[in-house]
Design a protein around this ligand. Structure first.
Ligand code: SAH
Ligand code: TYD
Length: 405
């Protein structure tokens, strides 16, 4: 029997994406034969409403010394998180003993602000290569998995935190109960926790099934996140919606009973009820939409091939692994994928083995079409690649019902 990771209710998949490689596991040619796959099936819990990938690889397989995601590659995201840091400093840091902890601090994209301002802080991240990049920016980082044990260690060594940050990280962690318990231990009685993740409502609305992969093993909603953290004495008191990463929700949590819930929170809870985010038929509709989106992408790429068009990919995202492998695409459909991340360049996309190249190569080859796997960065990428469309190039947006721009 399969059970919910949060509340142990028995769950059944509503969709099966088939055998999947790890989204960020870009492979060298020598390692093709030993690539790791898992079966990607997704379920929603009828009790706590958490949408989850049922079977996922062990954390050590995903977060290690050659983790491929460097958050600061996006200038827009860097600005977004520097603004978050500034806001948190102004609103929530105590004067007497300020202390900020971030779970999933990656290359220091957010904590850099506190490091530059000389504010006591600590990042926690198990991926030692991205943590090294953070340390090089002066960001204090504990290289470890955050859980109840590490939380207690931080309290013993540094004291409790005013502010706990976790952006784009809470969907990466299998043992979320241990994380939530740890967060409750680490937070001062008056402290607040800020989380921000891709939002379930957006995933459904945009048929953005590429938000799902092993590292994104949950797609949270106000309802489900509130249930998961509520079990450990933390409650959501405010939310803020934004359009980053294809549509995110920012959640503000505190120790239960210490903050007044905002009207915005109540309005969002009502909206979720109207969206039917806890109802099985929503997921039946979503499954059918995923299948239609897949058919449309495959048909479009087939037609372009027949017409002799050259098609590349742009942004070797972890998300792209879900699309490429679910749609059964390969180097015959997409010749190469351009990406700015040095650790990905020269390697091959997980599962399908499409070569990852530098933006220079993308500019030299000037394909007719580019599947924008980093569709969440459309504004930033379109601004820097103006010549592509000016010279007749077209973006293919692989989510929703597939769009050509
Ligand atoms: N916060 C950044 C990075 C998100 S990527 C941003 O918003 O862009 C997710 C990060 O979570 C990775 O760096 C990964 O190594 C880290 N991570 C995964 N499991 C973790 C855990 N148990 N504790 C802390 N960090 C974890
Ligand atoms: P992203 O969509 O942020 O996340 P994920 O991997 O979790 O799906 O990944 C963006 C990828 O696109 C990352 O590998 C860097 C790359 N990229 C570019 O190549 N050029 C750009 O201008 C930007 C913003 C990103």
């Amino acid at each position: 029997m399969t059970t919910c990771r949060i509340c142990a209710t028995s769950i059944a998949p509503f969709i099966d994406f088939g055998e999947m490689p790890i989204g960020n596991a870009f492979v060298a040619r020598a390692d093709f034969d030993t690539e790791y796959f898992y079966r990607m099936r997704v379920a929603v819990c009828g009790t706590c409403a958490t949408l989850q990938v049922i079977d996922v690889p062990d954390p050590d397989r995903m977060f290690h010394d050659h983790y491929a995601y460097f958050a600061s590659t996006s200038a827009f995201m860097s600005r977004h998180f520097q603004e978050l840091a500034k806001d948190l400093e102004g609103r929530y840091l105590s004067k007497e003993s300020p202390f900020v902890v971030e779970i999933g601090s990656n290359d220091g994209i957010t904590l850099q602000y506190f490091a530059n301002a000389g504010i006591p802080h600590l990042g926690v991240d198990p991926s030692s290569n991205v943590a090294a990049a953070a340390r090089a920016k002066g960001v204090k980082t504990l290289i470890d998995f955050f859980n109840e044990r590490t939380a207690q260690r931080i309290v013993d060594e540094h004291g409790k935190a005013d502010v706990l940050i976790a952006t784009n990280t809470m969907h990466h962690i299998e043992d979320i109960n241990s994380v939530a318990a740890g967060a409750a231990t680490l937070l001062k009685p008056s402290g607040i926790m800020v989380q921000e993740d891709p939002y379930l409502g957006d995933m459904i609305e945009k048929t953005a099934y590429d938000q799902l992969y092993a590292e994104h093993m949950y797609i949270w909603s106000v309802n489900s996140l509130g249930n998961a953290f509520g079990r450990h004495g933390l409650e959501i008191f405010d939310v803020e919606k934004n359009d980053f990463h294809g549509g995110c929700m920012r959640y503000f949590l505190c120790h239960a009973g210490t903050c007044a819930p905002t009207r915005r929170l109540e309005a969002q809870r009502e909206k979720e009820k109207k969206l039917g985010l806890a109802e099985p038929k929503t997921y039946e509709t979503f499954r059918r939409a995923c299948e239609t989106s897949r058919e449309r992408l495959v048909e479009l790429l087939r037609r372009l091939k027949r017409d002799g068009k050259r098609v590349a990919g742009y942004g070797a995202t972890a998300k792209s692994a879900t699309i490429i492998n679910y749609c059964g695409l390969g180097p015959d459909d997409i010749k190469f994928i351009s990406d700015t991340t040095p650790i990905k360049q020269g390697k091959f996309s997980p599962g399908a083995h499409i070569p990852v190249v530098t933006p220079d190569q993308f500019h030299e080859e000037h394909p007719d079409y580019a599947v924008l796997f980093a569709w969440n960065h459309l504004a930033e990428i379109d601004a820097k690649e103006q010549a592509f469309r000016r010279n007749g190039g077209k973006w293919i947006i692989p989510v929703r019902m597939v769009e050509v721009l």
